[in-house]
Design a protein around this ligand. Structure first.
Ligand SMILES: C[S@@+](CC[C@H](N)C(=O)[O-])C[C@H]1O[C@@H](n2cnc3c(N)ncnc32)[C@H](O)[C@@H]1O
Length: 232
């Protein structure tokens, strides 16, 4: 645990963010639970202290400055709770929702966030099904990391974001995916606003910030089989 804590403090400090005692304690507790449950259920391949501090916690917090005060934020395909858990720890003001289709991962987010005292809504659902119900166009911001290629992800996320809201896609190298997503972005009324680069040498991670400029046609999202077979 000291290695995890040290790395976490140093990463945030190097980037001008001093973690409070509460934030540090919540991240430590969540990380401890992750390592524990990961011994039984395969939740993530990243559990080594330094790796987890960088790839899960620091990486997740990259777009903090782009999330408006009090925003309703949904994380699509949260897995073991990333990026939504670190975002909620860093920003108590947001209303955080984790959307995840795998039951054991939802159960872990519930367990970990309860242990750490973090208030997160966990929806065990598929994003494309959620977007056909009452939660359609109800979120100010949708975030997502490591779930699908951009043109597929855009169709899963855009219908959940309100008009004028943001879709934040965490990506490594993104040039080719962005070019391939041109048609999808047009069809879903998403405009690229900014690309944030994680301020970490040797770690080429980015957050692509899209603004939703108009409502999305009710024909989207299609069923997942169709989205995957014929991406926009
Ligand atoms: C590779 S994991 C990434 C987890 C996490 N976002 C991270 O970066 O560590 C992708 C997760 O997305 C979930 N997922 C994939 N498609 C989904 C969908 N259509 N709706 C909800 N969850 C989905 C999977 O169950 C899986 O847990």
């Amino acid at each position: 645990m000291p290695e995890f804590t040290q790395e976490l403090k140093s990463l945030f400090e190097q980037n001008g963010l001093a973690l409070t005692q509460r934030q540090l304690a919540e991240m430590e507790t969540y990380y401890r639970e992750l390592v524990e449950v990961n011994k039984i259920h395969n939740l993530t391949a990243v559990t080594e202290p330094k790796d987890a501090a960088l790839r899960h916690f620091f990486d997740s917090a990259a777009p903090l400055g782009r999330i408006p005060e009090g925003a309703a934020v949904a994380d699509i395909g949260s897995g073991a709770g990333f990026p939504i858990v670190p975002l909620k720890i860093m920003r108590e003001d947001i209303r955080a929702t984790a959307v995840e289709s795998a039951g054991k991962k939802c159960a872990f987010i519930e367990r970990g966030s309860k242990a750490a005292g973090i208030g997160i809504e966990v929806l065990c659902a598929r994003a494309e099904e959620l977007a056909r119900g009452q939660r359609r166009e109800s979120f100010d911001v949708c975030v997502s990391r490591a779930v699908a290629q951009l043109r597929v992800l855009a169709e899963l996320c855009a219908p959940l974001v309100r008009q004028g809201g943001l879709f934040l896609a965490y990506k490594g190298e993104y040039g080719q995916e962005l070019a391939e997503a041109e048609n999808a972005l047009g069809a879903l009324n998403l405009e690229l606003d900014e690309v944030l680069k994680l301020p970490c040498e040797g770690y080429a991670h980015h957050v692509l910030v899209f603004r939703k400029t108009a409502r999305v046609s009710p024909k989207y999202p299609r069923r997942y089989a169709q989205i995957a077979k014929a991406p926009l």
